[in-house]
Design a binder for this molecule. Structure first.
Ligand code: HEM
Length: 433
């Protein structure tokens, strides 16, 4: 796709290095990579994500310099030492905590872009799968990071989520004991989570490198979903998309700054400003906004194991999407019916997010053998989450699965160029002349 390298070392030192480690050639080839000329702003989110990852790693390393991973000292080291004593500690923590939300906002837009324009389809399945792995790693990293300030929500959130693993028959108990480092969430759990929370971003960075590699083999998809056919369909990545990505990152930074400087508490829970107390359960345990849809799916099912399986299944759907969608047309620009179902799916995800944020109104009255379906006092939120969860899954199967075969797509242009100009460039120039 990218063709032979056009890099020419100019100086003797460059030639010397190029013969031993062609790193300058590699970077030059990345910069001149032929990129479809019609990418819109939704394609800037990959660059925005790389920026977010860098922000999280840099701010995280500085935070770790001042953090105390002990049950007795963690809360104080964050709320008192970092927030009050450390120079600009409040800013570094603000960037890191808000940065996590901005990272998820960007990744959700990036994933939705991928689904809408069919970027997950052949030949980009591996690129998509690596993206899904990154997403799972991001969720794990964010969850463990949230435990570190050792506030009430940190502690009880960790307790609820790690307890879920105990639902698995045979191995469940062993896994939770191993994760906890004991028989409940305590200091060894905090130590483990700190260690893993420090490690995982670097694993994410490594998978991102594979993700970009897998992108550079087939090249970018584009809003038409039509393959690149001629050199005139592309422009060099630099300066065209470095400038566009740079501009998008700057605009994204404005939103980021609004939250960091004007709404620093908007995305956090007041309960987490209270030190962890294993003897007092907060009235309403909720995860961060970006995990709420999954939390709603979990709670929609009145059986622990089934709930956990549904939660895992919801993520699994993303992994298998390339094999569920059998449509020959990539972009939903030309698939009006698919587009409609896709927008309803986004509404279902938002509804699940809202349901996940609501207090459980129903009362659980456990029977002798644990709670069963009829033991639940089912309320409107539970019903809404069930309907939304059902649609969430139905969107993948049967909707996406059969729609690709049944629907009637609109005519697809022959090339990237035709929706912009009706003729290929040479003809267009000739006509003008
Ligand atoms: C740390 C997280 C991530 C980073 C830094 C990242 C980075 C990038 C970059 C730089 C690109 C090229 C520019 C663009 O198309 O926007 C890209 C493309 C892509 N990414 Fe990601 N990505 C991340 C997560 C994900 C996730 C979670 C998924 C899906 C589950 C995903 C799926 C894709 C796909 C399918 C493309 C190809 C887009 C196209 O050419 O149409 N990425 N990614």
């Amino acid at each position: 796709m990218s063709g032979p390298s056009t890099y020419e070392p100019k100086w003797a030192i460059e030639r010397w290095l190029d013969a031993r480690l062609p790193i300058v050639r590699f970077s030059a080839d990345l910069m001149s990579f032929p990129t479809p000329r019609n990418l819109n702003y939704w394609w800037t989110f990959g660059g925005i994500l790389a920026f977010c990852l860098a922000v999280q790693i840099v701010t995280g390393i500085v935070l770790a310099m001042h953090y105390d991973a002990s049950a007795a000292g963690a809360f104080r080291s964050v709320e008192q030492h970092i927030m009050r004593d450390v120079n600009y500690g409040w800013l570094i923590r603000g960037l890191h905590a808000t940065g996590a939300s901005m990272f998820f906002l960007a990744v959700y837009i990036h994933i939705l872009r991928g689904i809408y324009y069919g970027s997950f389809k052949a030949p980009r399945e591996v690129l998509w799968l690596l993206g899904c792995v990154i997403y799972v790693l991001m969720m794990a990293t964010a969850f463990m990071g949230y435990v570190l300030p050792w506030g009430q929500m940190s502690f009880w959130g960790a307790k609820v989520i790690t307890n879920l693993l105990g639902a698995f028959p045979l191995v469940g108990k062993t896994i939770t004991t191993l994760l906890w480092g004991g028989y409940s969430v305590d200091e060894p759990t905090l130590n483990r989570f700190f260690s893993l929370h420090y490690l995982l971003p670097f694993v994410i960075a490594a998978v991102v490198a594979l993700h970009i590699w897998a992108l550079h083999v087939p090249g970018n998809n584009n809003p038409t979903g039509v393959n690149v056919k001629a050199k005139t369909d592309t422009v060099a990545f630099h300066p065209y998309y470095t400038v566009k990505d740079g501009f998008a990152i700057s605009v994204f930074l404005i939103l980021f700054a609004v939250f960091v400087f004007y709404l620093p508490e908007a995305l956090s829970k007041a309960d987490n400003a209270i030190p962890a107390n294993p003897l007092q359960t907060p009235p309403h345990i909720v995860p961060e906004w970006y995990l709420l849809p999954f939390y709603a799916i979990l709670r929609a099912i009145p059986d622990k194991l089934m709930g956990v399986l549904a939660l895992g299944g919801a993520v699994l759907m993303l992994f298998i999407l390339p094999w569920l969608d059998r449509s020959k047309v990539r972009s939903m620009r030309y698939r009006p019916t698919a587009r409609l179902y896709f927008f309803i799916w986004i509404v279902a995800c938002l509804a699940l997010g809202w349901c996940g944020s609501q207090e459980p109104q129903g009362q659980v009255i456990p029977g002798i053998a644990g709670p069963t379906l009829i033991d639940y006092d089912i309320n409107s939120v539970t019903w809404l989450s069930r309907i939304a969860a059902l649609y969430y899954f139905a969107y993948f199967f049967p909707i996406t699965f059969f729609l690709g075969v049944w629907e009637k797509p609109l005519p697809v242009p022959d090339s990237i160029y035709t929706p912009v100009l009706p003729h290929p460039p040479t003809a267009a120039i000739a006509e003008k002349g």
